[in-house]
Design a protein around this ligand. Structure first.
Ligand SMILES: N[C@@H](CCC(=O)N[C@@H](CS)C(=O)NCC(=O)O)C(=O)O
Length: 284
């Protein structure tokens, strides 16, 4: 388990920490520059010459210890972060969000997730929990009602199996399709189609993975209906044809019809711009 951070740096050290620049992994973070270029100037004075988002980060940093009992560290449009947001909202838990610029990670992230230095991180009573699926388990155990997972151990294992399958197999395939071109991209099309067919069969005409109500597996796979079409648009590869994957397609519609979901999504235009930037950088 990740150790609890003990050091709470004063603002001047916060500024020094900004000098560090970590190289993110391909969860699209190499070039996400939705901050204006001036904000990447790490020598600028925090007091006077600061872009609002950065000022927000500073304020969030200073007050993180004082804020409400549940905080979520995430970053724009990251699906692993959104699944945790949905889970917290599903449980009716109040929480505060702190969004990272992953091209310039804050001391908060480095201290709260020192092992992976990735988002999301849930901070509960000042204690960090990292890795989205582990966070979902923690949420389920800490706030059992309403349950996300079924009662039956076999059904619980099945829900976790699909979550694992999609994170390990399918997500990687899709991110590769997004950032590659030509032959390299083509190699991943068949695995992606097979992945879609596998998920379609797992659903087998059910409204949601667990039956009539959404639950754990739906929240974990919930990036598919909104993220997938944007990945297709940016990569130029069309895979998700409703007639080929009827169960998955109906599920996607059911999922997107829920206020819990459609009220909690990244704005499409900014998301599209971000994925385009990402593709441009990685493919070169
Ligand atoms: N297995 C992790 C994956 C988290 C992950 O890859 N996060 C990405 C954003 S989607 C990240 O923080 N990347 C920053 C980096 O790799 O430096 C989870 O489920 O939480």
């Amino acid at each position: 388990m990740i150790s609890e951070p003990h050091i709470f740096l004063p603002p001047v050290l916060f500024q020094i920490q900004y000098i560090f620049f970590s190289i993110p992994s391909p969860c699209f973070d190499k070039t996400h520059t939705y901050l204006p270029p001036s904000t990447t100037d790490r020598s600028s004075s925090i007091a006077e010459d600061i872009y609002p988002r950065r000022r927000d980060q500073l304020i969030a940093y200073i007050t993180l210890e004082k804020m409400g009992e549940v905080k979520l560290i995430g970053a724009f449009a990251r699906p692993f972060y959104f699944r945790v947001q949905w889970a917290l909202k599903y449980k009716g838990i109040e929480f505060e969000i702190f969004e990272e610029d992953l091209t310039n990670k804050s001391p908060i992230l480095l201290q709260y997730n020192p092992v992976y230095k990735k988002v999301p991180v849930l901070v509960h009573h000042g204690k960090p929990i990292a890795e989205s699926l582990i966070i979902l388990d923690y949420i389920e155990e800490t706030w059992p009602d309403p349950p996300m997972l079924p009662e039956d151990p076999l059904e619980r294992a099945t829900a976790r199996f699909w979550a694992h399958f999609v994170d390990v197999e399918f997500w990687t395939t899709m991110t590769t399709i997004l950032i590659k071109e030509g032959e390299e991209q083509e190699k991943y099309i068949e695995p992606a189609l097979q992945g879609l067919a596998t998920i379609d069969q797992a659903l087998d005409g059910k409204k949601f993975f667990g039956g009539e109500k959404i639950g754990y597996t739906d929240l974990v796979l919930g990036w598919i209906p909104y993220w997938f079409p944007v990945i297709e648009e940016v990569s130029g590869v069309k895979l998700f044809e409703p007639h080929r994957f009827p169960s998955l397609s109906a599920w996607a519609q059911n999922f997107m019809d829920l206020p819990l979901i459609y009220q909690n999504l990244p704005p499409r235009d900014e998301f599209l711009r971000y994925l385009n930037q990402t593709r441009e950088t990685y493919k070169s």
